[in-house]
Design a protein around this ligand. Sequence first.
Ligand code: CA
Length: 227
Amino acid sequence: MRVLLVEDDELLGSGICDALERTRYTVEWVRDGAQALEALRGSGVDLAVLDLGLPRMDGMEVLRRAREAGVTTPVLVLSARDTTLQRIGGLDAGADDYLTKPFDLDELMARIRVLERRTRGAVVNVIRHGSIEVDTSAMTVSVDGRNVELQRREYMVLRKLLENIGHVLSRQQLVDNIYGWDSELESNALDVHIHNLRRKLHPGLIRTVRGVGYVIDPLPAAAWSDR
Ligand code: CA
């Protein structure tokens, strides 16, 4: 999942950025309001964490303009403006959640998970596919109840494919998801991740669509799930 982080405070921003990346999100960090609006209007942001006191354009203005432009991306507002009135103002302007500074990083992460879940319309943080189970809050993967160790990027590829069951994802879509914006396609890194996922989970899990990309087919394709 791609998170847009808008924070002009270097120390706080890098703390949040680290926490998000540790949680296996792909992060785009911008430091002023104009860039934030531009990124929100573009495609590919799944969720935004938005500070209000920003250079070039106030966060509230960013939010208002983004909503006016039809941007529906969930936005969690971070702010030191902590009066009830300001909080209500933020929610009215189109924020999905509001966290007052100073805050606990763990709480921020928990609230992001809630927004993420809401976006996907899922009630629980578990994606099941045959014998494979992915717990997206613990970031663990198991096959037949047995834990499987995945590298960060393998996990991201698996999750992206599982969230798009039956839809072929292009190589570029997968690369964007795991390496972030503007990343060049690394020659064979993606192939290596796919190879490892097949090896660790099941050889038939991910289907190659030649010249297009990859897909996890919907069940029942019980051939592989009941091994
Ligand atoms: Ca600020």
